[in-house]
Design a protein around this ligand. Structure first.
Ligand SMILES: Nc1ncnc2c1ncn2[C@@H]1O[C@H](COP(=O)(O)OP(=O)(O)OP(=O)(O)O)[C@@H](O)[C@H]1O
Ligand SMILES: [Mg+2]
Length: 296
C-alpha cells in the first residue's frame, strides 16, 4: 500500500506519485521492485517534453531478503537501459537517481507505457492469428536490435511485453535478467522457469532461448493456456524430434487456428526443440519471416 504521495531524490528532483502499479504478484509474493506512476515537478526550470508526461519510477525493494540480488539486477538493468541505443519497441529510459529519504536506494525513470501487459490481457481474452502476428513482429524487431549487439533479454514472458494503447505499439520491458557482452554470468534473479528453455537452468541464455520463450508466449496468445499447463509438455520439452513436437502443437492449435495450425506448429516447434544449436531458429527476423510464410 502506498503511503507517500511525493518522492524527492538526492539532487532535489521532486515527483508527485499518481499510482502504484502492480502492488503484488498475482500469487501474493512480494515484488522485487516498486513500480510507481509519477509526474515530475517543474520547480522553476521547464522540463523536457517527455518529463512533462507521467513517467514510471522503478525502485528496488532493498528491504527484501534477496536485497543483494535485487540490487545487482537493478544496477544491471539501469546500466543497460541508460546506454542502449533507442529502439521503438524497447522501453525508453529517461534517467536515474537516488532517493533522498534513503540514499542507498537508486531508482530508474522510464517512459510510462499507457496500456497493459500481455499477461493482463490474457486473463480475459486470446488473440487471433493476425493480432498475434502484429505483436510478434514488433517483439522480433526489439529482439533483433538487442541480439545484434550480443544482448539477450533472458526473461521474455507475457508480463514483460506491454501493449501501449496510447502510442499504439508493443514495448518490451524488464531488463533485470538480460545478458550483455559485459555481463555474461547469470544474475541468479528468480525468473519465471515456465518460459525458460531447459538449458537456461544451466545458465545458458542466448538468441535461441529468447526465441524459445517467445514461441511459448505466441502459443499462449493463441490458445489462452500456457503450454506448461498441458500434462504432456514436461516430457515433450526434452524432445529433439521436430515432427513429434510439431504434431503435438498442431493438435492443440487446430481449434484456434484451423487453417494455419500445421504451419504455425512447425515454426513453434523450430523454436522449442530440446537440442540447443543450429536446428533452432537463431535469428528473430528469420522466425518472423517463417511465421509470415506459414500464413500464405
Ligand atoms: N514503463 C512501464 N510502464 C507501465 N507499466 C510498467 C512499466 N514498467 C513496468 N510496468 C508494470 O510493472 C510490472 C512489473 O515491472 P517489471 O517487469 O519491470 O518488474 P519485475 O519486478 O521484474 O517483474 P516480474 O518479476 O513480474 O517480471 C510490469 O509487468 C508492468 O505491469
Ligand atoms: Mg517483469
Amino acid at each position: 500500500m502506498l503511503v507517500v504521495n511525493q518522492i524527492a531524490d538526492t539532487a532535489g528532483t521532486l515527483f508527485d506519485i499518481e499510482e502504484e502499479i502492480c502492488v503484488q504478484h498475482t500469487d501474493g509474493r512480494e515484488r522485487n521492485f516498486k513500480i510507481l506512476r509519477a509526474r515530475q515537478r517543474a520547480n522553476g526550470t521547464p522540463l523536457p517534453p517527455e518529463r512533462q508526461q507521467s513517467v514510471v519510477l522503478k525502485i528496488p525493494n532493498l528491504s527484501s531478503k534477496e536485497a543483494d540480488l535485487i540490487a545487482l539486477s537493478f544496477r544491471h538493468e539501469l546500466e543497460l537501459l541508460c546506454n542502449l541505443k533507442r529502439q521503438e519497441h524497447i522501453v525508453e529510459c529517461y534517467g536515474h537517481g537516488t532517493l533522498a529519504h534513503d540514499q542507498r536506494t537508486p531508482y530508474l525513470v522510464l517512459r510510462y507505457v499507457d496500456g497493459q501487459t500481455l499477461k493482463e490481457i490474457l486473463q480475459s481474452t486470446t488473440f487471433s492469428c493476425y493480432q498475434m502476428l502484429g505483436i510478434v513482429q514488433q517483439v522480433t524487431l526489439a529482439l533483433h536490435s538487442l541480439h545484434q549487439f550480443g544482448i539477450f533479454h533472458c526473461d521474455i514472458k507475457p508480463s514483460n511485453v506491454m501493449l501501449d494503447y496510447h502510442a499504439q505499439k508493443v514495448v518490451l520491458i524488464d531488463f533485470g535478467s538480460a545478458r550483455t557482452p559485459e555481463h555474461t554470468s547469470s544474475l541468479g534473479r528468480a525468473r519465471t522457469p515456465m518460459y525458460m528453455a531447459p538449458e537456461q537452468d544451466n545458465g545458458i541464455c542466448d538468441a535461441t532461448t529468447d526465441l524459445y520463450a517467445l514461441a511459448l508466449v505466441m502459443y499462449e496468445m493463441l490458445t489462452g493456456q500456457p503450454i506448461y499447463d498441458d500434462a504432456e509438455w514436461e516430457r515433450l520439452k526434452h524432445s529433439s524430434d521436430l515432427a513429434v513436437l510439431s504434431e503435438k502443437l498442431a493438435q492443440n492449435l487446430s481449434a484456434v487456428a484451423p487453417q494455419h495450425a500445421r504451419g504455425l506448429a512447425d515454426v513453434l516447434a523450430g523454436c522449442l526443440l530440446w537440442q540447443q544449436g543450429q536446428r533452432r531458429y537463431r535469428q528473430a527476423h528469420s522466425l518472423f519471416q517463417a511465421l509470415l510464410d506459414a500464413f500464405v
